[in-house]
Design a protein around this ligand. Sequence first.
Ligand code: RB5
Length: 149
Amino acid sequence: MSTNNRIALSSDHAAIPLRQAIAAHIAAKGFEVVDIGPTTSESTHYPKHGAAAAKLVAAGDCRLGIILCGTGQGIMMAANKVKGIRCGVCSDTFSARMIRQHNDANMLSLGARVVGEGLALEIVDAFLSAEFEGGRHATRVEMISALEG
Ligand code: RB5
């Protein structure tokens, strides 16, 4: 595993309690959490929070990122606009493991209005404990990167 153990965390207003629960959960497991907020429940715009976390990952400041909004969908779409980001929304542990193993996803998105805290923490664990398998999957991930131009 890379020596960079930093995980970028961000959300919009719809997911602050779940984001904070994830921050505490992964910090207790030894990850260095880079939680860039927001900290108040005031209504905000998910694209800027998704992009901010994505830029930390794309720049290599953080190895992986976890982002949240109400559904996980909007913030995922924003993160995937940042070059080098492969982010998937997951509501199950199988998908969370597979997006690391097969797609080399570097960001996970969760919907705080979709999954409860217990399941969300298991999804996070599945994502963070899986590694990219390379091989035939590397060719396909390279094809995704080539689409970025
Ligand atoms: C905010 O109400 C909501 O639209 C946002 O959290 C997210 O679900 C968008 O994809």
